[in-house]
Design a protein around this ligand. Sequence first.
Ligand SMILES: [Zn+2]
Length: 120
Amino acid sequence: MAELMTAVKKELERYDVVSVKEVALTVGRLTNLGAEQMEFAYEIMSKDSILEGSRLVIIEEEIEAECGQCGYKGPVKNMETEGDVHYNIPVLSCPECNGAVTITAGKTCCVRSIEIEEAD
Ligand SMILES: [Zn+2]
């Protein structure tokens, strides 16, 4: 989250920003970052900065994978999690052949868009 804030602020340095209205983040489902958690962290970290008072929008990204065996590309259906998801690594396998997959989407967190008000 702190890294994301740095990325947002860095991006804002390129513009003559009067105020920031909205910051949208893409958060992969595999990151295990809860929206509430992030909103809370955002509020704290945006204090006394240009981001103070702006709205945080979180867009969840589905998990997608690529199979090394049959070439399947797409969402992973059989995401088995037992117990608390925060402490278990989901078991991901190809829905077609059950082979090992490489995660191509859903494991990262990035800045999607920033809505600002620029000076004239
Ligand atoms: Zn496969």
